[in-house]
Write a protein that binds this ligand. Structure first.
Ligand code: CUA
Length: 660
């Protein structure tokens, strides 16, 4: 607004907006007034998007931008065929009685909080948080020497954007060993050890700026795979910075054990989300911006984009044959459409046209189909993975394309022949029949079984163990981006709303059972039956590198003119040293072992005015190194309420002034 303009009364603006909205909604509510002529062709056989739907899409998008809090706009329930929002009254309960355990672990990505959250299903109780790309003062992650080094050596960033958690698999089932998750912001992949629920490795993948999609290669976690979303020059060192034609998007394979980057594949367009078939051959990536533009108008200009099907053994063969260029030490194979590696009988990457800018791809439990949600198209494109190897015409591999509703983003499965797709714009979960979609004509709504309203604007949707070959059904979580009016107002930054929906074995109607506020901003989650995770309750000292400190070891050792090593135990309710003395300017390495053998007796080590606090779990040893810069007395205290004498649990650090 220019300085000379008189600002308008915001209420007046809002009133005007609402009037416009009312008239638009009236039109939406009266589909009779629209005619065939109003339909807008998407240029696809059997597909057109009704004017009514287009209007609704526009209204919803506009509402999200301008009037958050107006729930009626995106609450779904447009009265279209198949809409179903009445609870079925099946009496499904998500209550877990006091003292009882949940049946499933849910692992939630924490988005730009950088952490993971562990949530019990069906209670939706938050059990713990696992810091990954962030620092965490409750656990001391990022404070102790090992965790600080982990963050420093993986780029030194203080945050990450944690999107897609994936559990390690053996024979297509979760083996409970590890969880892998990507950092979209800085192109990293992290590993969480599920014995201790701790991040134990982070790989800063070379040549890639943003890793968005991330999955493990089924059935035996041969690789952790990542999709480079942002196109950048290769290498991104200033060369070609102003020449977007030479930017590129990469697909990467990381070794799940060493966490070293193995190889990368260069492709056309921007890669989005990735999932693999169940046999270890295909990785399917959704992709957008086949135009390779740098702005939104350009990115959405064409009607089609290309899903990429990566033939993993063919890529491995190309690497073995030396058909790559090495960039920053990584073999980069050319998988662009023009590449010679894509011209012969066995291309390393197949390009499969879909409606433009699709979002997610998930492979169904039996591995027959990859489901590519249309986002801008109201359809899900089903790719027949069994036909992929032999087809020469990419169009032949499309097995079905049901029309599911507006803004389809993600699909999940109950293992009994049903797919459940989240509809961002309609604010609904739509349940549909997979085989019926294969039988039906493209663009048909016939496969739809029912729709459940969610609140509001869902992204990922996940049913129990839906990514394995044998999903468990029963519960589904819709990760809704907006909660608007669902919770007490807590200021302008509202929580997300993760909704628990009962789906049974697919025979019953969906039933919304619980709202669960989530701190910004989970993207995805994954569930494992509790029997598949074997978390240790006490540390095994063979599992870490630090030296276990006994009560006899407690003491101060001068290791140099300006360095000391302080060793001390922690137990109820004392530190191994009631006090210790160091000299001003000393580099102090403090090693602490919690000698308790009992579950849940944790001690904290807090050093005031030194920015240090960390937890030491039973039988664990942690080390922290700092400089004692300021002479004085510092009361080291225990931050965990460990006993009735917790307050008295202290040690005194005396920093003597330097001589002279
Ligand atoms: Cu140890 Cu409080």
């Amino acid at each position: 607004m220019s300085k000379n303009e008189t600002p308008r009364d915001p209420n007046e603006v809002l009133e005007e907006y609402e009037e416009t909205l009312d008239s638009v909604l009236a039109e939406v509510e009266s589909p009779d007034e629209t005619t065939e002529d109003d339909d807008i062709s998407l240029g696809l056989p059997g597909l057109s998007l009704g004017r009514r739907d287009f209007m609704k899409a526009g209204v919803a998008a506009g509402a999200m931008g301008s009037v958050a809090g107006c729930s009626a706009l995106t609450g779904g329930g447009d009265g279209s065929a198949g809409s179903q929002s009445t609870p079925s009254g099946s009496g499904a309960s998500h209550t877990v009685e006091p003292g009882e355990h949940d049946e499933y672990y849910g692992f939630w990505s924490g988005g730009h909080s950088g952490e993971l959250r562990v949530i019990g299903i069906p209670s939706m109780r938050e059990l713990t948080r696992i810091p990954v790309f962030n620092t965490d003062c409750a656990s001391g992650y990022g404070f102790t020497d090992d965790t600080r080094e982990l963050l420093e050596e993986s780029g030194g960033y203080s945050w990450g954007d944690n999107h897609h958690p994936n559990l390690s698999e053996t024979d297509g089932d979760y083996d409970g060993e590890y969880l892998y998750v990507n950092d979209k912001a800085n192109g990293r992949i992290a590993r969480v050890n599920l014995t201790y629920f701790e991040t134990d490795a982070i790989t800063d993948v070379p040549n890639m700026q943003a890793i968005h999609g991330c999955c493990v290669l089924s059935p035996d976690t041969k690789y952790v795979l990542g999709n480079g979303e942002f196109r950048v020059p290769l290498p991104n060192d200033g060369t070609d910075a102003k020449n977007p034609d030479n930017y590129t998007s990469l697909f990467v394979a990381v070794d799940p054990e060493s966490m070293e980057t193995q190889w990368q594949v260069k492709v056309d367009g921007n890669l989005d989300i990735v999932d693999t078939g169940k046999e270890g051959r295909w990785a399917i990536s959704s992709a957008y911006n086949s135009e390779e533009a740098t702005d939104i108008q350009g990115m959405t200009k064409d009607d089609r984009d290309n899903v990429k099907a990566f033939d993993i053994p063919a890529i491995e063969q190309a690497v073995e044959n030396g058909n790559y260029e090495e960039v920053n030490g990584i073999p980069v194979v050319d998988g662009t459409q023009e590449s010679s590696l894509n011209q012969g009988d066995r291309p390393i990457v197949k390009y499969i046209p879909t409606p433009k800018s699709p979002h997610c791809v998930e492979v169904g439990p039996n591995g027959d189909y990859a489901f590519v949600a249309g986002k801008l198209s109201p359809t899900v494109t089903m790719i027949d993975l069994n036909a992929l190897a032999d087809s020469s015409d990419p169009e032949d591999v499309v097995a079905g394309r049901p029309r599911v509703g507006l803004g389809p983003l993600h699909t999940t499965f109950d293992g009994n022949g049903h797919a459940y797709t989240s509809l961002f714009i309609d604010s609904q979960a739509v349940k549909w029949d997979i085989e019926a979609a294969v039988e039906a004509e493209e663009g048909s709504e016939d496969p739809i079984i029912e729709k459940q309203d969610v609140h509001y604007n869902p992204g990922h949707i996940q049913a129990l163990e839906a990514m394995t070959t044998d999903p468990d059904g029963e519960w589904l979580v819709s990760l809704n981006k907006l909660s608007k009016d669902r919770f007490l107002p807590v200021g302008p930054i509202m929580p997300d709303n993760d909704q628990l929906i009962h789906i049974g074995q697919g025979e019953e109607e969906m039933e919304l059972v619980a709202d669960h506020p989530a701190y910004p901003e989970p993207h995805d989650c994954v569930f494992a039956h509790k029997d598949k995770i074997d978390a240790k309750k006490v540390y095994d000292k063979d599992d870490y590198e630090e030296t276990y400190i006994t009560e006899e070891d407690s003491g101060v050792e001068r290791t140099g003119d300006n360095s000391v090593h302080v060793k001390m135990t922690t137990k109820r309710s004392e530190f191994g040293l009631p006090d210790f003395t160091v000299q001003e300017g000393d580099e102090v390495k403090l090693s602490t072992t919690n000698i308790e053998g009992v579950q849940d007796i944790i001690h904290g080590v807090a050093i005031p005015e030194h920015d240090i606090n960390y937890a030491v779990a039973p039988q664990d040893t942690r080390e922290v190194t700092f400089t004692a810069d300021d002479p004085g007395v510092y009361w080291i205290y225990c931050t965990y309420f460990c006993s009735a004498l917790h307050l008295e649990m202290r040690s005194r650090m005396i920093v003597e002034p330097a001589e002279g």
